[in-house]
Design a binder for this molecule. Structure first.
Ligand SMILES: Cc1ncc(COP(=O)(O)O)c(C=O)c1O
Length: 407
């Protein structure tokens, strides 16, 4: 079992969502106090993570991967939270995926045993550091989709070679070679360059609009891998990696199993958003709408009604600095009146946000200033990065732990 190095942290006046003047309080001490969310040292808005939902989601994806013989490298950029990395590794994850050199550096500091940089990297400074770390035994993979990329990696190689995944993309998508011919020429460049070795093929289907498109693209990724094998470019042990949180059923359908004769194949899934799930786009897009299983939304932001200035409108102290707005606005879930009674937030809808305000349209009895609203979020990746410390709550709203993020 890997035991990560998790920095000792404390809560103080710098910690958004906490009202902690004076001397800093260590995380362990804070968690041991078992504060209630309401009446504890918190100030609105505050984003919390539901413990039961995090546990459920981590176990759901671990079971999915085990059932389909997938290795799992959850995308770390979603949370950048070593306590969640630890929980994912404890549940059997193979390693952690990163998006940038800085995230790789953070993962390395935490002691993550295997790091998959699911991205091209051409920065010589970062590559030189990586070359040295690989020489010191770091298990690391990264992408290339151009001969320039391969040359940059090769130039930074140290004693041990970089293990490179050639990236296969799709038209209208992000990076990745668009044709098998291009993929083959980049793969040839990897095998020819000093200090690089070809580890396999990578793709990402998360930007595609629907299941048939994702399935078709992943089928092409499989065929492209088979072509590289036919060309004699792939080693015996091959890695194929794909997968976010929207189409992991398609990854299993298209890429699980023994479809690459003559090779030991490891298929690595990279879902990240699944860990907290959401009340927005991922609720709509999760494969668990199509296959048995479920995820629970873990993130909730509690914010206070500060003004009810005209009929049909409530202003709430929650804005772009606190809640994601790039893939859907916050979703009102529950209303907590000043007397402590909690009601479903029926008839409430967020129509816009400013830096620190949300415009909530009200149909029906309006909330009053001082009431609290609990919001779900849409898009976990742009929620976690807005909060350095996230209280973990149990089902009685008792704070049992704190999650520190490192973006
Ligand atoms: C290359 C890559 N892999 C995996 C993921 C994880 O996808 P998700 O956030 O849907 O879990 C992402 C997310 O953007 C990504 O860019």
């Amino acid at each position: 079992m890997t035991s990560l190095t998790i920095p000792a942290e404390h809560v103080d006046w710098r910690t958004k969502g906490f009202l902690q003047p004076g001397a800093p309080v260590a995380f362990e001490e804070f968690a041991a106090a078992r504060h209630q969310l309401f009446g504890g040292p918190f100030t609105w808005p505050v984003m919390v993570a539901r413990e039961s939902a995090l546990k459920h989601n981590i176990s759901a994806l671990a079971s999915f991967c085990a059932a389909h013989d997938l290795a799992f490298a959850p995308h770390g950029k979603t949370t950048m939270a070593p306590t969640l990395f630890q929980a994912q590794l404890d549940a059997g994850a193979w390693g952690i995926t990163a998006a940038t050199a800085n995230q790789v550096l953070a993962c390395r500091e935490f002691g993550v045993p295997r790091i998959l940089l699911a991205n091209e990297l051409l920065d010589p400074t970062a590559l030189r550091w990586l070359g040295d770390e690989i020489g010191r035994g770091m298990e690391f993979l990264l992408y290339a989709d151009s001969v320039e990329g391969v040359a940059a990696i090769s130039a930074a190689a140290g004693e041990r070679p970089f293990r490179v995944l050639v990236e296969f993309g799709h038209r209208g998508g992000r990076s990745g070679c668009r044709t098998v011919e291009e993929l083959t020429s980049v793969a040839r460049a990897v095998t020819a360059a000093p200090g690089t070795e070809l580890a396999g093929v990578a793709g990402y289907e998360g930007g595609l609009p629907d299941v048939p498109a994702a399935g078709a693209y992943l089928g092409l990724l499989r065929d492209a891998t088979a072509e590289l094998s036919k060309a004699g470019l792939l080693p015996r042990d091959v890695i194929v990696t794909a997968g976010g949180s929207a189409y992991f059923d398609q990854v299993a359908e298209q890429l699980s199993g023994a479809w690459l004769p003559g090779h030991e194949l490891t298929v690595i899934l990279r879902s990240g958003a699944y860990v907290s799930h959401d009340d927005g786009i991922y609720t709509q897009r999760t494969p668990f709408t199509r296959i048995p299983g479920s995820l629970d939304a873990a993130l909730e932001i509690w914010a206070q009604v500060t003004s009810v200035p005209e009929p049909g409108l409530a202003i709430v102290g929650l804005g772009k600095r606190e809640a994601p707005y790039d893939a859907g606005l916050p979703v009102p879930l529950r209303l907590r009146r000043r007397d402590g009674s909690v009601h479903p937030a029926g008839g409430l809808r967020v129509t816009d946000t400013n830096d620190h305000h949300a415009y909530v349209m009200v149909e029906g009895p309006p909330p009053r200033p001082g009431d609290l609203l609990c919001f779900g979020i849409s898009h976990p990746c742009t929620a976690f990065d807005k909060w350095q410390v996230i209280p973990v709550v149990d089902d009685d709203e008792t704070v049992t732990d704190l999650i520190r993020t490192y973006f």
